[in-house]
Write a protein that binds this ligand. Structure first.
Ligand code: GDP
Length: 476
């Protein structure tokens, strides 16, 4: 496949003249409309510090996804925050309370448009983006689809209730994603609240808050009485500062779908969180297997906006169909290109569904830069005693070269949440005397999660050991 220098320059968001200059230096005099072959194109792409992404044998997709922005183009961006925790611990109340701290909304009289995410401007003028869908299912489902949009997780724990099953799940999902966590101890207005007990119980899950000598920030809040909110916001900003979050706002936009629906009056509508670049009305784009042209954008305050920069959530109108949550949106140069890429992606998606998902082996080798290989695994069993025995035996099966990492373990049937976690980390999912529920079964099938059932612990451990040994074998 050949490409003109101008087109390549467009895809890389570089000046055509600079590419011509670079080729001249390599001893190839060309003009901007000359066609170059794939090898030369690849050479140029690397020369300019972009990464090549092959979407097929003949099509190099450059500058559409996967490439990196030059350091000097990066500007600070707002942190993206997700709230997780057990049901009834106050996630929704806290999201509402935090929304209420927005100084802009205060001025404008406060119209709220629920679009799946919102932004708050703090008293100090900083911006924070909150994802409005609480819970770890959405978080992990997005991650399984390759959309790691969350920078910081707020773990809500009710001070009158303590650590509950979904609290533990949220902890494990957050750890698996490697996202920093801030603990919000909620409902401290209640007389029976016992924040200190929560901090101590968190130790059992290797969450050590600052008070107890660790590095996890915690804050006492009451979503109901609206206390502790300023402190929570301060801690989010502090965490964000440590993360040094940046993006290049001056390029073709890329983002991820937070939620999407078919609206009766407006047609397909998707809330997109812009990750980098600036999305503009009139832009042509692909999103998942759909394409479109931005007809209008609406922000979380119900206002029509013409542009949306990094970390901004906006409702986008003008799609060919309804995409899926987590799908990536990429702006492309024209309509023809948008349709072409959308068709290609749709074909790719069909192909993916019919071929096996990568095993955890491939996953680890591709992700491999670490010195010790990790073997991720999720364990569910019928009784607590079995869970403990299995996790203990698995941990003992670790060697210097390969380490078992139990992402999550628990008592009960295999649920959707277990499956999404396993899928996101490409981990096998073990059922000891338990089976998946119907929804989990469907999800496991779709995401090609390796489900394994055992009723003898010895068999389970031997099989895992065998697989671990296989992963260390030099041949692949
Ligand atoms: P979610 O299921 O985690 O989203 O929890 P909700 O936000 O729906 O809250 C569950 C219940 O706890 C509701 O009845 C809330 O009014 C109540 N609640 C939430 N935050 C607080 C709080 O800070 N103090 C008290 N006393 N009640 C709260």
């Amino acid at each position: 496949e050949a490409i003109t220098i101008q087109e390549l320059a467009n895809r890389m968001a570089e000046k055509g003249a600079d590419l011509v200059k670079a080729l001249f230096k390599m001893g190839t005099p060309v003009t901007i409309n000359d066609v170059i072959d794939q090898d030369t194109a690849e050479l140029l792409v690397e020369e300019f510090g972009h990464r090549i992404q092959r979407v097929s044998e003949s099509d190099i997709e450059i500058g559409i996804e996967g490439d990196q922005d030059a350091p000097e183009t990066l500007k600070p961006r707002a942190p993206v925050v997700t709230i997780m925790g057990h049901v009834d611990h106050g996630k929704t109340s806290l999201l509402d309370a935090l929304r209420g701290t927005d100084v802009v909304r205060g001025e404008a009289g406060g119209i709220t448009q629920h679009i799946g995410a919102y932004q708050v401007k703090t008293k100090g003028g900083d911006i924070i983006t909150f994802l409005d869908t609480p819970g770890h299912e959405a978080f992990t489902e997005m991650r399984a689809r390759g959309a790691n949009v969350t920078d910081i997780v707020i773990l809500v724990v009710a001070a009158d209730d303590g650590l509950m099953p979904q609290t533990i799940e949220a902890i494990n999902h957050t750890k698996a994603a490697g996202v920093p966590m801030i603990v919000a101890i909620n409902k401290v207005d209640k007389p029976e609240a016992n924040p200190q007990r929560i901090r101590e119980r968190l130790l059992e899950h290797e969450i050590v808050v600052e008070d107890l000598g660790g590095d996890v920030q915690d804050v006492q809040v009451s979503a109901l009485k609206k206390t502790g909110l300023d402190e929570l916001i301060e801690k989010i900003l502090l965490q964000a500062e440590l993360l040094e979050l940046t993006a290049n706002p001056d390029r073709a936009a890329e983002g991820n779908v937070i939620e999407a629906k078919l609206d009766k009056g407006r047609g397909p509508v998707a809330t997109v969180l812009v990750r980098r670049g600036t999305l503009k009305v009139g832009d042509n784009f692909v999103v998942g297997a759909e394409s479109g042209k931005v007809r209008a954008m609406v922000n979380d305050k119900g206002e029509n906006v013409k542009v949306a920069g990094p970390s901004a959530p906006v409702e986008v109108l003008g799609l060919s169909g309804v995409p899926m949550a987590g799908d990536q949106l990429s702006v492309v140069e024209n309509e023809a290109r948008a349709r072409e890429v959308a068709a290609y992606r749709s074909e790719l998606a069909t192909k993916k569904r019919t071929t096996a998902a990568p095993t955890s082996v491939e996953h680890m080798f591709s992700a491999l830069n670490a010195t010790v290989i990790e073997y991720p695994i999720v364990v569910k069993a019928d009784v607590q005693g079995s869970v403990e025995a299995i996790v203990g035996a698995l941990n003992r099966a670790s060697t210097d070269e390969i380490k078992v990492r139990v992402l999550h373990s628990g008592v009960g049937a295999i649920t959707e949440s277990d499956v999404t976690l396993a899928a996101a980390s490409r981990a096998p999912l073990i059922g000891f005397n338990v089976r998946p529920n119907a929804k989990a079964r469907v999800l496991a099938e779709r995401d090609k999660v390796s489900l394994r059932y055992y009723d003898v612990i010895y068999d389970l451990i031997e099989e895992v050991k065998g697989e671990m040994a296989g992963q260390l074998a030099p041949e692949r």
